[in-house]
Ligand binder design. Sequence first.
Ligand code: GUN
Length: 296
Amino acid sequence: MTATIIDGKAFAAKVREQVAEHVARLKDENGLTPGLAVVLVGEDPASQVYVRSKGKQTVEVGMNSYEHKLPADTSEADLLALIDQLNKDQSVHGILVQLPLPGHLNSDLVINSIDPAKDVDGFHISNVGLLGTGQKSMVPCTPLGCLMMLRDHHGSLSGMNAVVVGRSNIVGKPMAQLLLGDSCTVTIAHSRTKDLAAVCRSADILVAAVGRPEMIPGDWVKPGATVIDVGINRIERDGKNKLVGDVEFASAAEVAGAITPVPGGVGPMTIACLLANTLTACCRANGLSEPKGLTA
Ligand code: GUN
């Protein structure tokens, strides 16, 4: 193996430490405690795990965590009423509605009912538009975590060829905007892209966010490239349950200059960035300067 392993677990711990320091200072100097409200509708097991983990880490950095667990048959009106109440609550600086929502609820409508200043997921159309026009916004957590790791590894990303494989609203599209903001030349590739292998081989920075286990083999990676693997896929191999990324790690690590592992790469950065966004939202809401190094 030749690639440097980008340790997202250690990086995320550092981000949480920085957030905790800022939170302690906010309490001492301003009498403020950032608060994050997480709304979970229904009983999706994976979502329950995420929500528990978010709540635990929120408290660990000294912030207030408010969990709202609603039954799967909650009406849209009741969910919108809860969001309205959280929008008005001064002690709540961040609101996250866990996705996916049950089918009878309109996710776009629900997300766009969140106060954009409290939208720590960065999914509200106002935040999407602000990011796309290079204005101050709330930035989606997973792409923000990827950007932090890339900046840490490279310093400047200016002029680099970046290929983002995947065009989701949660990762692919905002990732492309952030890379463009850092002056990369950006290509968004997807399942219909012609000669995806050749497109990937042109990348100095390759971000894989397609959700297909080990879809990208090592011979699609340009020698020396930095590979950011956003995929978290559960597969059966040799009778065992395994987590793998969208990139074939072993072969890619032979070629890449640097690579994020799965697990322990991008994954842990997402919640760390959620905490960073909640802190940022609290600072902005109170007219205070933003934490450095924790925003786009
Ligand atoms: N479900 C899976 N990922 C996410 C995320 O980043 N935010 C929310 N709200 N739900 C999710």
